[in-house]
Write a protein that binds this ligand. Structure first.
Ligand code: SF4
Length: 340
């Protein structure tokens, strides 16, 4: 999908996916059913969201569970032996255990506000920065929220809904989940959406380092993915981001994201990583998603552990910026944004 779905929601011509999921009736009493059966039902209902393109609120029968309830149940089951991302920690987050992301079942927002400094079609945007992340990028600017997972306030339906309603009155076009990484906080987000009565689209600002199951749960929830394609090869992903198997996972999830929602791909150019990271990223996007909006970010700032990495401990120089812009302009991508 191009930006079409997201823009249609912003203009009031379509309802957000999460809203449709909230009112799409699912089977009642499904908590006693086996997981395989729940996935089957989930996949059928999610598919129907795309095929029917319901503009109006689908009727929900009183007392029946919705597709959103089904997603919550499946996410709870995953949390009991967590495989939400490829790190596959298999720990019981519902029982207070923590894996690499440092999160139990609750989510905390360490920053929030109405921001105007993102892509032009997103702003003004209500951003909620959730703690915890499954990656450990050396240059992370949100590192405090990554390592201190109980920072800020606990996200609940009762505090989330009034905050969104206030921001909507002040002009917010969307609800923008940022991190850390929002996907590793999926359960609390889904539960919070149940209380929300304002049908704003959801922007999911993500590293897309997620399993197939997580991507299926995001289908029917997210309206616009703002996805980082950070590294062009697995060696840099391991050395800088601390994860293995990065490239194949993110490429596969970018293709999925483009099928289930609108998509923007961001690449933050890192000093000394133009040939090894920017070039293969741009090449893959050109070949596989040439119509997608590609945001080239030239505003790299060293932070956190970047100071101990010789290549990453400085800003981009002018010749790197010129080279990065020339690479992107030379490949014929249809929609390019450049910032920084
Ligand atoms: S979401 Fe967190 S606990 Fe679950 S697999 Fe990923 S890092 Fe591990």
């Amino acid at each position: 999908m191009s930006l079409g779905h997201y823009l249609a929601v912003v203009r009031g011509k379509q309802l957000p996916f999460w809203w449709r999921s909230k009112f799409l009736t699912a089977l009642n009493g499904f908590s006693s059913l086996p997981t395989e059966q729940l996935w089957q039902l989930h996949d059928e209902l999610t598919k129907s969201l795309h095929t029917k393109q319901r503009r109006n609120e689908p009727a929900q029968q009183a007392g029946r569970n919705s597709l959103l309830d089904l997603k919550i149940e499946l996410t709870r089951r995953i949390y009991r032996s967590c495989t939400l991302c490829p790190l596959m920690c298999r720990i019981d987050r519902m029982n207070g255990e923590v894996g690499r992301c440092g999160l139990k079942a609750d989510a905390h927002a360490f920053r929030e506000g109405l921001l105007v400094s993102e892509e032009p079609f997103i702003v003004p945007t209500y951003e909620l920065f959730l703690t915890g992340c499954n990656m450990r990028c050396k240059f992370c600017q949100a590192w405090e929220g990554v390592v201190r997972t109980n920072l800020g306030f606990k996200l609940t339906g009762s505090n989330f809904a009034p905050k969104v309603e206030r921001k909507a009155k002040r002009g917010a076009l969307n609800i923008h989940f940022v991190g850390g990484e929002p996907t590793v906080n999926l359960l609390a987000v889904l539960v919070s959406l149940k209380s929300l009565k304002v049908p704003l689209p959801i922007v999911w600002n993500t590293n897309l380092f997620a399993t197939d199951e997580a991507m299926k749960l995001l289908d029917g929830v997210v309206d616009l993915f703002v996805a980082d394609f950070k590294f062009g090869n697995d060696e840099c992903a391991w050395g800088i981001g601390g994860v293995r198997g990065y490239v194949a996972t993110v490429q596969s999830n970018l293709l999925k994201a483009s099928r289930i929602a609108s998509l923007v791909i961001r690449h933050l150019v890192m000093p000394g990583h133009i040939e090894c990271c920017l070039v293969p990223v741009v090449s893959w996007v050109t070949q596989n998603l040439p119509k997608v909006t590609f945001h080239l970010m030239l505003n790299y700032l060293p932070d956190w552990r970047a100071w101990s990495d010789k290549a990453l401990s400085r800003r981009l120089n002018e010749s790197e910026k010129q080279r990065a812009m020339a690479i992107v302009k030379s490949v014929g991508l249809k929609r390019v944004l450049i910032s920084g």
